[in-house]
Ligand binder design. Structure first.
Ligand code: NAP
Length: 251
């Protein structure tokens, strides 16, 4: 028995990495999946894979840093699918020139809008549907950098992801009376295309030891399939071979 039959899931950043894996996992459970990212081609490719297995997928491309995109897509979801049960607030980015020495106002703005403002816009857009249903789960891909401060991810990404974690907890504090749950998923290093923006290139050997996108997709599936009375507030997930810990041991 598929656990998400008749449910609707909106996955942002669904064309690659963690979002792609989450979209495939939720569709496997029977959810109708709405896929968002800026580039249409990778979204279409994920949608084709879902449809090839008999699932339902809708592509809704758009830049979530723009304040009006989330509202437009939520309106599409409401008019076409009639409900929204799961938001996977996963779209995010980082920049190469991320340290204070090289950070520009434009770089800080891109990272904060791309990881935090966009997550707020999508949450605001789906909450009316979830309140009307008295049911819904929001799952935000935050980061280890949203829980711990370290130089690697850069100050704007670290601040934005801390903001995303705080946002998720505040949703539970206010929306629990409406049957709505929110979870901040905080991954350490996951082998996805975002690593290509690291100032220090990441080797194939290191990527192979990391958490894989499918591992986080499975975690998101688990959270989405929990019964309505259970809220997982926050999860840390990291590679066993945690490069930060390994470096500290070798000092
Ligand atoms: N990989 C890691 O080590 C790691 C660790 C902790 C947290 N995370 C977080 O995990 C999430 C997923 O990242 P990933 O690792 O799977 O990397 P990824 O493959 O680069 O995925 C990020 C996705 O977000 C989309 N996106 C970025 N900006 C967007 C915007 N303004 N509007 C709409 N879509 C946008 C991208 O598609 P387009 O470029 O087509 O828009 C892309 O598909 C991110 O929030 C990231 O910060 C990753």
């Amino acid at each position: 028995m598929r656990r998400l039959e008749n449910k609707v899931a909106w996955v942002t950043g669904a064309g690659s990495g963690i979002g792609e894996a989450a979209a495939l996992a939720l569709a496997e459970e029977g959810a109708s999946v709405v896929l968002t990212g800026r580039r249409e081609a990778p979204l279409e490719s994920v949608a084709e894979r879902i449809r090839a297995k008999g699932g339902t997928a809708h592509v809704q491309a758009g830049d979530l840093m723009r304040g009006d995109t989330a509202g437009r897509i939520a309106a599409f979801i409401e008019s076409t699918l009639g409900r929204c049960d799961i938001l996977v607030n996963n779209a995010g980015l980082n920049i190469v020139e991320r340290d204070w020495k090289r950070l520009t106002p434009q770089g800080a703005q891109e990272v904060i809008e791309g990881n935090l403002s966009s997550a707020f816009y999508c949450s605001v857009a789906v909450l009316p549907m979830m309140r009307a249903q008295q049911d819904g789960v929001l799952i935000h891909t935050a980061s280890f950098a949203g829980r711990f401060v370290s130089p690697m991810s850069g100050p704007s990404y670290t601040a934005a992801k801390h903001g995303a974690v705080a946002m998720s907890h505040s949703l539970n504090m206010e929306e629990c009376v409406n049957g709505i749950r929110s979870c901040a998923v905080c991954p350490g290093e996951v082998a996805t295309p975002i690593l290509d923006k690291r100032p220090q290139p990441v080797s194939a050997e290191d990527r192979a030891k990391m958490v894989q996108a499918e591992d986080v997709g499975d975690l998101i599936r688990y959270i989405a399939c929990l019964p309505k009375h259970v809220c997982i507030n926050e999860v840390l997930i990291s590679p066993t071979w945690n490069r930060g810990y390994v470096a500290a041991l070798r000092r």
